[in-house]
Write a protein that binds this ligand. Sequence first.
Ligand code: 26Q
Length: 833
Amino acid sequence: MLTHKRKTIHPPGLTELPPLPMDAASLTSDFRRYFTYNLGQDKYCRTTYFYYKALALTVRDRLMERWTRTRYAHLESNCKRGYYLSLEFLMGRSLGNALLNLGINDDATEALHGLGIKLEDLSDVEQDAGLGNGGLGRLAACFLDSCATLQLPVMGYGIRYEYGMFRQRIVDGRQVEEPDHWLRDGNPWEQERPEYTQRIRFGGHSEQYRSDSGEIRVRWVASRDVLAVPYDIPIPGYRNGTVNTLRLWKAAATDAFDLGEFNAGDYAESVATKNEAENITMVLYPNDASENGKVLRLRQQYFLASATLQDVVNRWVVVRKGDFKDFAASNCFQLNDTHPSCAVPELMRILMDHQGMGWDQAWEITRQTMAYTNHTLLPEALEKWPLPLFGHLLPRILEIVLEINARFLSEVSSHWPGDNQRMQRMSIIEEGAVPQVRMAYLAIVGSFSINGVAALHSQLLAEGLFKDFYELWPHKFNNKTNGVTPRRWIVRCNPGLSGLVTEKIGDGWISDLQQIKQIATCADDPGFRQRWYDIKQANKERLSALVQTQCGVTFPAAGLFDVQVKRIHEYKRQLLNILHVIHLYDRIKRGDTEGWTNRCVLIGGKAAPGYAMAKLIIKLVNNVARVVNSDPLVGDKLKVAFLPNYSVTAMEVICPGSDLSEQLSTAGKEASGTGNMKFMMNGALTIGTLDGANIEIREEVGEENFFMFGLTAAEVDEMRWQYDPHGIISRDADLQRVMNLLRCGHFNLFDAGLFDPIINAICSPHDPWMVAADFRSFIEAQKRVAAAYQDRDQWTRMSIINTACSGKFSTDRTINDYNQEIWRLQAMPIKVA
Ligand code: 26Q
């Protein structure tokens, strides 16, 4: 293992190299060199993997020189820096993104063409970096792209999971999980940096001692330590010379540990210990709601927080010689949900126990540098850890949390003297048979900024979930509406549309998406509409081919492509979608098909492996699909498919080929949604509830270009007390027929009772998602959709307006808001050689 204790030398001959040329000829010659000398391949090469690898290494060199220059610029300017701490970064593929952002896509295409190779064939070899569950992880990836594009000195910090999000196969209509060993063939985009290895403590206990200078200090002893080894991934900005860093930590056993056990003579025990250490970064937890009480997950969270803060503080100590006066003014940590919120007590620990600071000074610094983003309104999804488990694994950290809480509660009690109930409500420690550490409250107390991810969500946080805290510190609360990066989600995934837009308004929109507004005027130009329509049809053909190979279902491109892809969750109401499908099927069977609009319904998404109801919903979709698709009476009127293994790369084909984006969450439950934005940018129309960012999407496109339905968040809360699904069903003949088809086992002929849990959930007056309540409104909205689709010109016009009004939903806008209102970083221009 490399350590910084080795002697450093500065050979004067090691000056900077001249910049690498970016033209096709030089790409070709580097490609050949890598292919032949580095990979040892020749004319008998049997797999495209090596061609991909040779191109990746060629591109990587060009990233590397900009990366170094960016590092120098940040170091030498002593600029303030931001750090995005996240347990998830759902990066997807890197090759295409690097080519685009470096501006060498055409040269690379030409270079390969000269060798008789097609670029797409190579791109398809790359595995997704699937280090995330869904929205929160993909948001982190889009944020990094925008930070680099805005030239902000921001580093991402995360975990290098050996196994990412599981691969989903569908066997007999059911989800089967398979491990995602994405690193098997190596990863050309990472650079190991063993010289920045950190030591992380677990277990043991804390004790007081007297320092050399005579002060009472605390130290964490008898711990079982694990090493954190960083792997850096380059994050190029859009054609601006900036390459930022995503630093992912991998766990490794310490040498000393092994030796200790080994000398004790227990070889097997020593190897087992090594495994225990390295297990920490083995696998991503595939739940997108907190899975409470799993020790390994808490180990992951502290591992990330500790490695990251030690890394930042060490760098500070080296560069600023241990003077912490400017630390708070020069550093800002954005916590992606509560998952990395051990960062709060960990920074306290490092400042006090390692840097010798007193509590007050350490606390001043901590609460001026931490900022927390919340991504959920579901109270049951708020992270909690059993206090005994927390204390056993992280004794020194628990001690600090308890001290933070004691001081915080005394602040509460001086603000609201005698209000003991409020003290109990607000305490970081929840009382009970087994007391729990409330991670959200820890994050709130330790941060100067707390934000939600869409306007409604932020409002509901202040009025509901975090009301007490909002009353105490209203100034800390703010909104940052999510976005997505237009580089991946328009330019890369929809070259046809990008070409047309650029032809009309130039390419300024790629890094300033508000400019795309200008294409709105083209909506009245029949020639433009025709081209828009043709591009959409071509993208539908591409999606149709994917559905054909993945599901064996034929989607004729003349039909309305109606798509819902996202994690499978009751609150997202894939069920409502299926009820509509069953209703359409029932209409066809009854011959109620006058003025019919053909539809192809696509549903995709993963269920958490332990979420039985979500898995049953997948089974239902698949069973309904089989019945519908094999009924000759149905024909092209209705097609249904469940797409297995939904991923970032799949979405790159799905969103350009969709006509209708389904955003059906129970109002007040989806914090924001980001898939909704990807669909909108690619000219899909939305059918959606007034929830999360849907509200802002509708505001931007205008109500006439959005199919709204359902109860509002306030109406949902109001209706809950008198919710009567039986009454609703009995008064709605369509819903009654749908429920009868379900009840009579039409979709589970050989498996009686299979879907009873679903039927019971819909019929329960306690159904938290109130599926039946929004059925009628949803069906009516779908009728308006079907009618609108019949007027091709009008639909195309609406499609153009949707894309034209998507400017707000670029993460460039989101990140600019974070920077203006939270981080306050200076953009750092990098000289483009
Ligand atoms: C926590 C503890 C233990 C195990 C797992 C977890 C865990 C992991 C992932 C909890 C939650 C998540 C992911 C949440 C998520 O993706 N939320 C989504 O975030 C998006 C970006 O802000 C929003 O658009 C979505 O509305 C929100 O659901």
